[in-house]
Design a protein around this ligand. Structure first.
Ligand SMILES: *Cc1c(COP(=O)(O)O)cnc(C)c1O
Length: 411
């Protein structure tokens, strides 16, 4: 008997999770045991269409054979040696990232929040060396999400995430997103950097306007402020370009990545130009696990697939089709007030309780998440096909009909 045979029903797992796990994720009613492509299978053998991809992580779907091979082969060779020694796949991954972006140097860590911590430290170090101690202020955007550790949390301008953890790191100010005047008002001689998500995710999928990003770039250049793009959710092919900044045609000075970079293994990365990266000298920053053999070998495989197959083309085509089908749905159901997003990062805004809709969609076999105010967010795997989209739209239609009917009955 393996230790996995101990708890075999959903009820047993729920009970044990309540007994042994911190209650940080609330009630959960599904346990998956297998995934294949765009589909997940639960402990009772039921199939679900995965339109959330582990929150923009499993961009190549589940059990992708090339990813499975990379993990298998690397785990038989060596997993980890620490950064006391050179790590070949880490170097090759950095080369691939630089060859395909604005960046010239990469630092590896283990998560999104750590990538943003690295960026916060880097801009402060860079500015200190160039301008002295008094230039440390970082401006982030209202509605942003940059992570849960104290630095990244200090940059995160969402009350529900921050409440209870005061005091925060000094020197953070919040501008209105998509409002250039609001940013201009906050800039003074203490400001060293601006951080933003080209497409805000957690607040309900809010894309930046192109002209806004262009203006932010211009203002940062004029004032010698470093511009950080947090592409942890919107990068890695989600927009149909490898990186969202390429979709917009606006380059940052620093970019942070994590989530989909290794399709499910924990990894984070900070990318920058040489001139900026030089501010970090030996012993200024480090990570024990950062960029180890297993995660970087796997991330190399992810990038090879993104760069050498028609996957990004599939994102473009699937996005067009999905938006079209969703707009049609919106014309049928008054409860949908707006469809917004870019590529395969989409928010469906409801005039009604999105949490209930998300639960009903789950009951009907479609995984989504709700976020912001009454927004259902969908982040399908980038491998999604027309027939998967048709199936998702059918589940939406069935679910929204059920909800409309139950509302009618109560009147
Ligand atoms: C998920 C996310 C993070 C935090 O990443 P973790 O790996 O959970 O620390 C930061 N920024 C954005 C935009 C994200 O979506």
């Amino acid at each position: 008997m393996s230790y996995l045979d101990v708890a075999s029903t959903l009820e047993e797992l729920k009970e044990m999770s309540q007994k042994y796990l911190f209650n940080t994720y609330g009630e959960r009613n599904v346990a998956f045991i297998k995934g294949q492509g765009c589909y997940l299978y639960d402990i009772g053998g039921r199939e679900y269409l995965d339109f959330i991809s582990g929150i923009a992580v499993n961009n190549l779907g589940h059990s992708h054979p090339v990813i499975v091979d990379a993990i298998k082969l690397q785990s038989e060779e060596v997993l980890h040696t620490s950064n006391l020694y050179l790590i070949k796949p880490q170097i090759l991954l950095a080369q691939k990232l630089c060859d395909n972006s604005f960046a010239e140097k990469v630092f590896f860590c283990n998560s999104g929040t750590e990538a943003n911590e690295s960026a916060i430290k880097l801009v402060r170090k860079y500015s200190k060396e160039k301008y002295g101690d008094n230039r440390y202020k970082i401006i982030s955007m209202k509605g942003s999400f940059h992570g849960r550790t104290m630095g990244a949390l200090s940059a995160t301008a969402q009350d529900k995430v921050r409440r209870g953890f005061e005091p925060f790191l000094e020197g953070f100010e919040f501008a209105e997103f998509n409002d250039i005047k609001s940013l201009q008002r906050l800039i003074d001689n203490k400001t060293c950097a601006v951080i933003l998500e080209p497409i805000q995710g957690e607040v309900g999928v809010v894309p930046a306007e192109k002209s806004y990003l262009e203006n932010v770039r211009e203002i940062c250049t004029k004032n010698d402020l470093l511009l950080i793009f947090d592409e942890i959710q919107c990068g890695m092919g989600r927009t149909s370009k490898l990186f969202a900044y390429q979709y917009y045609g606006v380059e940052p000075d620093i970019m942070t990545l994590a989530k989909a970079l290794a399709n499910g293994l924990p990894i984070g990365a900070m990318l920058a130009k040489d001139e900026v990266a030089e501010a970090f000298k030996p012993s200024n920053h480090a990570s024990t696990f950062g960029g180890n053999f297993l995660v970087t070998r796997t991330a190399c495989a992810v990038l090879d697939i993104l760069l050498n197959t028609d996957l990004l083309e599939n994102v473009k085509n699937s996005s067009r089709y999905l938006f079209h089908q969703l707009e049609e749905l919106a014309s049928e159901f008054k409860i949908i007030t707006k469809i917004r997003g870019i590529g395969l990062m989409i928010g469906i805004v409801f005039n009604g309780d999105a949490k209930t809709i998300q639960n009903k969609l789950l009951e009907n076999g479609l995984l989504t998440t709700f976020c912001g105010e009454n927004v259902i967010r969908i982040l399908p795997p980038l491998i999604v096909k027309k027939e998967d989209i048709d199936r998702a739209i059918n589940i939406f239609r069935e679910t929204l009909s059920q909800i409309e009917n139950s509302v009618k009955r109560t009147f």
